[in-house]
Every structure is written in structure tokens, then in C-alpha cells.
Design a protein around this ligand. Structure first.
Ligand code: GTP
Ligand code: MG
Length: 358
């Protein structure tokens, strides 16, 4: 197993910058999609940003202080984007705020509702926000995170979900919006749901998503993969997958496997004084494991930011590793063409693009 070069590459490059809300810096050629995290105080906005983008262990969010200024995070990854974490209850529709500065950039508004608390006030504010945003910025996706559901029973969770959806859609249809782009997710930082939800939010902002999905579908069909995810290694959100139904257990397994490989890489990829290279080495990490039930997980690093993780249940797959690797390399070439950016310049050796069928 060559587990090199996974470590250290996927930095959230710019540190969190706290800037006064009244002097946003969105002018100029900065066209990064922007994710706005809004909602009432203590609903969990900063916790979500810290857990997903800064690898903070969920328990440590208990010590987060209340946000007093808009926290602007620039995320440099396969796609550059910004995450703005707002203080709760901020009256950004007051004249002190320039709406164009906040909503004027293509992206998503993520509204976080604390489902363990009384949510009526939050829903009312969200309705006001949606109506304003729809009026002036209809291109913004509105993503509602019904959050902290870890503390709720399954039944109560479903009831809460339905009640919130009903209250929002009633208000919107009264105002004449039948098909407003509002999507709902049940989330918690204590399981994978918040990563899954963020994956869906980010995917809507990727211009080439359907091309990526088509490529992954072709690869998965040719190799007999049960499920394939293209992960952003640092945040472990997946930016695309094949279009078969999402299976949370598969996602969790793949996500955990990335952790294993990153840990091994960090432990063993330091420069050993007496270690000699025996020959040319593949740049990217590549690894697989076969579990007790014969399920194979196959991981291949695609570039500085992304890795492809597949679940294979076909018992013959183990004998066809060479073919799987070759198909994944062909996929890698196609992927890097899709994201033709400077960081893929190193892939000079272009292999033929024929995909071999299994
Ligand atoms: N049970 C549970 N608690 C959570 C979850 N997410 C966040 N919390 C807790 O909620 C509390 C508030 O979290 P913050 O992230 O500071 O909330 P915020 O929305 O940023 O609050 P303001 O900055 O004041 O607007 C913290 O004690 C977190 O530990 C979750 O998914 N489940
Ligand atoms: Mg906060």
C-alpha cells in the first residue's frame, strides 16, 4: 500500500477572519460561492462550521463562545468557497447592512433551527428571510438544517420535521411562492448527518456536478462498485457520488476509511534518514481493505484535495484489483480535466482514456 501524500495537503488555508459586519469585503474579482450560516442564538451554527471545516471534536463545541461578529472563513479546496458564520438574531435587514454585500454572491443560505428548543420564533424569522431573499436574490438556495436531532426520539424527530416544513411551505404559498428552492435536512454534529447535509449543499454549487456523476456512474458500472464517493479529504464532505440511492452505512464506512489512511500516512510518511526509494513511486495514495463479510473498500487519492472511495461487494473484485486500479486512474485523468486547474499540472503522464470493462 502506498499511502503517501494524503497528509497536510488539504489545509483550510486562510485562518478564520473576524471582520466587522459593516465592512464586508466582497467587491472585486472575488466570485467564490458563499455559504451563509444563519439562525437564532445557540442554534449550533459555529459548531457546524467548526466540526465540518476545522475537525473540531463535537464535544468541544460545548465551549464555543457566542459569535459576536460575522466570521468569514475562506475554504481553499477543489473549489474555493466561503463560509460566513453569523451571530444569532442579527438584524441584517436593518439599513446598517447592505443586503447586496451579504446575499449578492451566488451560494446558499443555511438556516439552522435548534430542534431541541422552541422553534416557532426561528421559523418566523426564517420565513421573513426567505421572502426577502426570494424577492431580491431568487438564485440563492435555501437550506434548512433542523439541527440537534440527536436528542430527539425517532417519532418526535419526524413530527418536528413535518411541522417545520408545513409552517414554512404554508407561509411561502400564502405569499405566492409555490416552488421556492427550500430544502430540509435533519442534522446533528454527533453523527454523520451534518456532513451528509453539507455534502448536498455544496454539490448544488458545483458547476460540473452532472459531468462528475456521469463519470462516477460509468466507473462504478464498469468496475461493479456498489457505491462510490468522491470525497474532499479534509472536510470529508463528498462532492459527488454515483446516482444510486445514498446508503448512510456505506458513507460512514468510506468516511472512516479516509481517517485510517490519513492517520497511517501521518505516522509513516516522514522522511526516514536511512530509507531508500527502490524505484519510481506512484504519487497518489492507494489502498484497499477486505472486511470480515468480504466487502472491499477501495480508496484512491485523485489530487491534492479529492479522493475516490468505493465499496465493492462483488466477491471476484479482489482478483481484479489491477483492472479496478486502471479504471480509477482513467477516471482520475477525466476528473482532472474537468477541474482543469493549476494544481493538476503535475499529472503530465496522460494515460489513454479508454475504460476497460470488467
Ligand atoms: N445536542 C447537540 N448540541 C449541539 C449540536 N450542535 C451544537 N450544539 C451545542 O449547541 C450550543 C451552541 O452552539 P454554537 O455553535 O455556539 O451556536 P451558534 O448558533 O453559533 O450561537 P451564536 O454564535 O450565539 O449565534 C453548544 O453548546 C453546542 O455544543 C448538536 O448537533 N447536538
Ligand atoms: Mg456562533
Amino acid at each position: 500500500m502506498s499511502a503517501r501524500s494524503m497528509e497536510g495537503n488539504n489545509q483550510v488555508a486562510a485562518p478564520t477572519q473576524a471582520r466587522s459586519a459593516s465592512v464586508p469585503n466582497t467587491k472585486g474579482p472575488d466570485v467564490k460561492p458563499r455559504l451563509l450560516l444563519m439562525g437564532l442564538r445557540r442554534s449550533g451554527k459555529s459548531s457546524i462550521a467548526s466540526v465540518v471545516f476545522h475537525k473540531m471534536p463535537p464535544n468541544e463545541t460545548l465551549f464555543l463562545e457566542s459569535t459576536t461578529r460575522i466570521q468569514k472563513d475562506s475554504i481553499h479546496s477543489f473549489m474555493d468557497f466561503q463560509v460566513w458564520d453569523f451571530p444569532g438574531q442579527l438584524e441584517y435587514f436593518e439599513s446598517a447592512f447592505d443586503l447586496e454585500d451579504i446575499f449578492g454572491s451566488l451560494g446558499a443560505l443555511v438556516w439552522v433551527i435548534d430542534a431541541q428548543d422552541d422553534y416557532l420564533d426561528s421559523v418566523a424569522r426564517l420565513n421573513r428571510t426567505i421572502l426577502t431573499v426570494q424577492q431580491f436574490y431568487p438564485g440563492i438556495n435555501i437550506e434548512v438544517f433542523i439541527h440537534k436531532v440527536d436528542g430527539l426520539s425517532d417519532e418526535y424527530r419526524t413530527d418536528t420535521f413535518q411541522d417545520i416544513v408545513q409552517r414554512i411551505s404554508d407561509e411561502l404559498s400564502d405569499a405566492g411562492y409555490e416552488n421556492a428552492p427550500v430544502h430540509y435536512y435533519l442534522t446533528s454534529i454527533y453523527d454523520y448527518s451534518v456532513f451528509e447535509a453539507f455534502s448536498k449543499v455544496i454539490q448544488k454549487l458545483i458547476p460540473n456536478l452532472s459531468t462528475l456523476e456521469n463519470l462516477i456512474n460509468t466507473l462504478a458500472n464498469n468496475c461493479g462498485f456498489e457505491k462510490t464517493y468522491l470525497f474532499d479529504v479534509l472536510s470529508k464532505i463528498y462532492i459527488a457520488s454515483d446516482t444510486r440511492p445514498v446508503d448512510m452505512a456505506c458513507y460512514e464506512m468510506c468516511s472512516d476509511y479516509i481517517d485510517v489512511i490519513v492517520d497511517i500516512s501521518e505516522l509513516y510518511s516522514w522522511d526516514h534518514p536511512v530509507r531508500k526509494r527502490l524505484g519510481d513511486q506512484i504519487q497518489e495514495a492507494e489502498s484497499h481493505v477486505v472486511l470480515h463479510d468480504q466487502t472491499m473498500i477501495h480508496l484512491m487519492e485523485m489530487n491534492k484535495y479529492l479522493c475516490l472511495v468505493s465499496v465493492i461487494r462483488n466477491p471476484e473484485a479482489k482478483d481484479k484489483r489491477g483492472l479496478i486500479d486502471m479504471n480509477c486512474r482513467t477516471f482520475q485523468d477525466a476528473l482532472n480535466e474537468v477541474f482543469s486547474r493549476s494544481w493538476e499540472e503535475r499529472s503530465t503522464a496522460q494515460v489513454g482514456s479508454a475504460t476497460a470493462n470488467k
